[in-house]
Design a protein around this ligand. Sequence first.
Ligand code: FE2
Length: 400
Amino acid sequence: MTRKVRIAFEGCCHSELDKIYNSIRKLEIPIDLLIIGGDFQAVRNYRDLKCMAVPEKYLRLGDFADYYSGKKLAPVLTIFVGGNHEASNYLWELYHGGWVAPNIYYAGAANVLDFAGIRIGLVSGTWSEAHYNWGHHERVPYYRGAERSAYHIRQYDIQRLYNANSSTTSKPVDIMVSHDWPQGIEKYGDLNALLTRKPFFKADIDNEDLGSPPNMLLLRHLKPQYWISAHLHVKYTAIYKHDTEISEAAPGFQETRFLALDKCLPRRQFLQVLEFQTSLESDLFSLKYDPDWLAVIRATNSNMPLDRDTKSLYSTPEERNKVVASIADEREWIEKNLCSMDKLYIPLNFELTAPIADHSDAKNIRNLPSPLAYNNNQTAAFCKLLQIENKIFRPDLSES
Ligand SMILES: [Fe+2]
């Protein structure tokens, strides 16, 4: 017996959750999971706006605050990656992933999740060469451009995802989700049609500057069946055929189908539903941790860089081999301590951290103080589950 699983994808959110959920309702077919490609804007209150990089005219609370406060409930299980317009202070609380509101799960900086037996890899943020080698040093209050650098992807997180298939028992990643496109992917689709709609992409395409080089590295290595992105506000499809002659050990698909979607506006192509088959019979699928990914976290957490100037997880093949060997050891720990104890279900442990919005703040955003740092209960529980150090909340570096 197999069952159909329907996953809906949406491009950039820009805090239009009400419109997106209305569009899902209008589909009139049951959707098991919604994945949003970033610029989600999980702004809980007006102080969170101090940590979001947007022009001042766009500084508004948005739909999310009602989902955070409990006034509204997401009608479908929703997962999202971070983009370049985010309440980066809140997303940092949930660096390893977690519920930003009931039924809405932030992927974290990088993640691999299991939904109904489908392996979903996720990477947050956008590419900036200048900040790629930085550690995660940004803490509130943000100053000197931290509200921008906070959302730039880091080599540490890319190197961890690169090794998500290191275990000999790893299944290939079925779907990868990123905010910006893999660099050069546009060449594997109808490029002329894209340039007709977006002529100003031409200079970047000619300079091989469109998209993220680390995303393309991951696409070539992990060989997922689908790669879904947002960011450039246009629907686009491409097919990347993998060179099976190259003796890459990682499991994967022969070709990767790329799909980029637009943002949620009238007459835009912002939503697409993909159907998968699963052997699981449940009508109520839950989100689960991916054991191979948990092994990667156990193997690499102690090297997580928290300073600006840092060194990569590995820089030579020998150093990478050591990391891979350590992931294999940790995979055994995960099997013994979590898999065999049925502890892979992601707990429904959302709790408020920052206060809900006080609308009297709306007139005075410019003069509000920076938000405080919060010790998120979900991150604490996750670190306890994996028996790793909680490096996210550092009372020594926060004002609260
Ligand atoms: Fe974006």
